[in-house]
Design a protein around this ligand. Structure first.
Ligand code: BGC
Length: 251
């Protein structure tokens, strides 16, 4: 039985993809990265995906998992943070299946990262409630209880001090405001203690590209819950999306 799928991670700035061994959670091809087309419309993104998949060796016929920065219900994108509003209420599974002429399964990007950590990373064999967070353009969150995903948690948008706190604590806010690690960590402290007070998790995982620099900010946070960097770093979305596609595959 083949254990391969293509994983694609669509973000506000980049689209990344690779062929994945879904049994072991490893990349079987180079990780390709394309710029997200300006406007981020479905048509423009589909064209970029076609070009990307055409450049992946051994991609022929493999199912595709796509993770995306939106609430996704039964293959339909229900929101659109940092991409075109055309995605709201859009049947993304069917659209991409027609465009790419193969089986496609779409899910939320933080959920994909959470699946990758449960299968191949920091949440493997962890019992109880694990909260995955991704710090990037926005804040993505995924809830996993005893290894099972509760999809579409949108806790990056928690309101703290009267604002959608993703606008203060995402990695993009650090860059926008030219914040030092210490200044940013103060905002993260507010965010993670709020999350902790609401959920009493057993483990919090911090992902997103900046998690590779975790030693500059995680030690500054004072919370009771163990908080660790994601094991899969930048490939978590790709790995989780590929695993999600394969799960639906019947061969
Ligand atoms: C979106 C989430 C997404 C997160 C990370 C948020 O703004 O609402 O759906 O998971 O950004 O991309």
């Amino acid at each position: 039985m083949s254990k391969k799928a293509i994983g694609i991670d669509i973000g506000g700035t980049g689209i990344k993809g690779a062929v994945v061994d879904t049994k072991h959670g490893t990349l079987l091809s180079e990780r390709l990265r394309f710029e997200t087309p300006a406007g981020g419309t479905p048509k423009a993104i589909a064209k970029a995906l076609k070009d990307l998949i055409a450049q992946l060796p051994g991609a022929q016929g493999l199912p595709v998992g796509i993770c995306f920065p939106a609430v996704v219900k039964s293959g339909r994108t229900m929101s659109a943070a940092n991409v075109s509003k055309e995605w709201i209420g859009f049947n993304a599974d069917t659209f991409f299946e027609n465009e790419l002429a193969r089986e496609v399964h779409v899910l939320n990007d933080a959920d994909a990262a959470g699946i990758a950590e449960v299968r191949y990373g920091a949440a493997k064999d962890v019992r109880g409630l694990v909260v995955m967070t991704t710090l990037g353009t926005g804040i993505g969150t995924a809830l996993m209880f005893n290894g099972k995903l509760i999809p579409n948690a949108e806790l990056g948008h928690l309101e703290i001090d009267g604002v959608d706190y993703e606008s203060k604590a995402a990695y993009s806010a650090k860059e926008r405001g030219n914040l030092s690690w210490e200044q940013w960590a103060k905002r993260l402290q507010k965010y993670y203690s709020h999350l902790e007070a609401l959920l009493t998790p057993d483990l919090i995982i911090v992902g997103g590209g900046v998690s590779k620099e975790h030693e500059f900010f995680l030690p500054l946070l004072k919370i009771k819950t163990p908080i660790v960097p994601a094991a899969n770093r930048n490939s978590a979305g790709i790995l989780g999306a590929a695993h999600f596609a394969k799960k639906h595959d019947t061969d």
